[in-house]
Design a protein. Structure first.
Length: 104
């Protein structure tokens, strides 16, 4: 199991819609995340900056890397694109964080 944390950015006028879309996340998206080894996935919002902090645990980097190629992930990225800072492929602009401390 590997722990991953990253920062993404949601547009300040889209906070409520961003949260709504995650409250109503598609069951097929959740299933695909689990199929690609993701668990304990959380996203937190800093309402002052629009910065999102995401944390998840994955079974393997190889399995997780394949998630971005799935049809449902591509569809989700397009669905979320208007709300977030995104790359040309519609994936969220994301900065991976370096782990410093962990207490089990």
């Amino acid at each position: 199991m590997k722990r991953i944390a990253s920062i993404m950015y949601v547009k300040k006028d889209a906070y409520e819609e961003y949260e709504k879309r995650h409250t109503e996340i598609w069951p097929e998206m959740v299933a695909e995340l689990k199929n690609h080894g993701a668990s304990n996935y959380s996203i937190f919002l800093d309402r002052d900056s629009g910065q999102l902090f995401a944390y998840l645990e994955i079974e393997s980097e190889e399995k997780w890397a394949q998630m971005s190629q799935t049809a449902v992930c591509q569809k989700w990225w397009h669905f979320m694109d208007p709300l977030m800072e995104t790359n040309e492929d519609h994936s969220p602009v994301s900065k991976e964080l370096h782990p410093v401390f962990y207490m089990a």
